[in-house]
Design a protein around this ligand. Structure first.
Ligand code: LLP
Length: 414
């Protein structure tokens, strides 16, 4: 049985009915399944070898209870800011299993990462390499580095989440990377650990991953000739998930394929999965406030909005939306829209539903890039987050209050 499934026409999160969760915590609410996160992570962890690292991409869902669960399962973490690093530490994650990606690492962030002893910096430009050398020298330490190569492959995904093309801002172009490695070799406070790439997100056809790997192999060979022996290859994240009728790549088969290529080279493997660990481990539950009919169109106006879940507005992402309690009746074709004053504020369009005001809807596959991309736009407090474990529900983030909303604002007195 899936972690989110219907029993007698009512939606359950593991063994707890979603309506019961809403009775305790209200809407909108993000609900996650511990079991779903665990099994998605284990698909990676169990296929990888003992010294490989599965570095969960914190940006996908950064709640510290989620990070803590993953840390206990053996995860490392892929971070892109010192904020994410502090979350990992607060969650009991091991800094020695952290890789630090991102194009704009500040000196203070580099210093903190060196202080806690991260596993590796994924360096995205020559200028960044120089900065890391400088900060490491100042602190009299050696910084472990890997260069993020932009392999110029098309991940065939949404252009906003495609990162491995020459025109994208990410990584060092494959034609320049040997020169940058040579510079790194000459910098006294750097230790060259690996090679890295991340070509994009929500990738369904695995061919681009293998193409990227194939492009890195000759680079690794040439590095050997230069006297640079790498200890790992980091292939980033990006494996897609099923939102609708996609058939995502099998994680175990992908890891086996990669391992068979890199094992003879004596390389360890690092992966940075985000979405594929948490997307289908979470739902967003919202209440129908009003039904509105303009003659041609039916709108279901719900209490969750683009500030809670940005993906439909930003990428026109299709996310499955269904009634929490299935009722008999004639279905109508609804656009599911939120309270925010923007035409782009929708969660889904043309959904066939049997609903009335006061009913609950579930937006599925919302565990990744859901809460993490939420904002307070329209002065809307952020939703609560609930983690279900069997028949237990745990609040892992309280719903924001009005005082939370203005907590950092300062009223000027005369
Ligand atoms: N590593 C790096 C360097 C990344 O930039 C990302 C995601 C990941 C790993 C994790 O990728 P994943 O396994 O989750 O595909 N907000 C967008 C997705 C943005 C992905 C950004 N980078 C969305 O909602 O579709």
């Amino acid at each position: 049985m899936n972690s989110f499934d219907y029993k007698n026409h009512a939606l359950y999160a593991e063994d707890v009915s979603v309506s019961a969760i809403v009775e305790s915590f209200g809407t909108p609410a993000y609900i996650y399944s511990k079991q779903a996160i665990t099994s998605a992570f284990n698909a990676y962890f169990n296929a990888a070898r003992e010294n490989d690292l599965i570095c969960y991409a914190v940006k996908a869902n950064a709640n510290i209870a989620v990070l803590n669960l993953l840390a206990k399962l053996g995860a490392g973490f892929d971070i892109v800011s010192v904020g994410e690093l502090e979350r990992v530490i607060a969650a009991g994650g091991d800094p020695a299993k952290v890789v630090f990606s991102g194009v704009a690492k500040k000196s203070s962030e580099i210093a903190r990462a060196l202080e806690v002893g991260i596993h590796c910096f994924n360096v995205e430009s020559e200028a960044e390499l120089e900065r890391i050398q400088h900060v490491a020298e100042k602190h009299d330490v050696k910084a472990p580095i890997s260069l993020r190569v932009n392999p110029d492959v098309d991940a065939k995904t949404h252009p906003y989440i495609s990162t491995g093309l020459k025109e994208n801002k990410f990584g060092i172009h494959i034609d320049q990377v040997l020169d940058v490695y040579a510079k790194a070799q000459a910098m006294p406070n750097l230790v060259i650990k690996g090679i890295d790439c991340h070509i994009g997100s929500q990738i369904i056809d695995p061919t681009p991953f293998i193409d990227a790997l194939k492009r890195l192999l000759p680079v690794i060979e040439q590095l050997k000739d230069m006297g640079i022996a790498l200890s790992h290859i980091d292939l980033g994240g990006g494996i897609g998930v099923q939102y609708d009728d996609e058939t995502p790549p099998d994680v175990g088969a992908y890891i086996q394929k990669v391992t068979s290529v890199i094992e003879p080279l004596g390389l360890g493997l690092i992966l940075e999965p985000g979405r594929s660990i948490v997307a289908n481990a979470g739902i967003l539950v919202t209440e129908v406030e009003y039904l509105k009919d303009n003659g041609e169109k039916h709108f279901a106006i719900v209490d969750a909005a683009m500030n809670d879940l940005l993906r439909p507005a930003l990428y026109q992402s299709w996310m499955r939306i269904e009634e929490v309690e299935k009722k008999a009746g004639s279905a109508k074709d609804y656009d599911i829209v939120g309270p925010v004053c923007e035409t782009g504020d929708f969660l889904g369009k043309h959904r066939s539903l049997v609903i009335e005001s006061g009913d609950l809807l579930s937006v599925f596959s919302a565990g990744a890039y859901g809460f993490g991309m939420a904002s307070n736009y329209n002065s809307r407090p952020k939703a609560c987050e609930i983690l279900v474990d069997g028949d237990q529900m745990h609040e892992i983030r309280r719903r924001e209050s009005f005082s939370d909303l203005i907590a950092h604002e300062i009223l000027l007195t005369e």
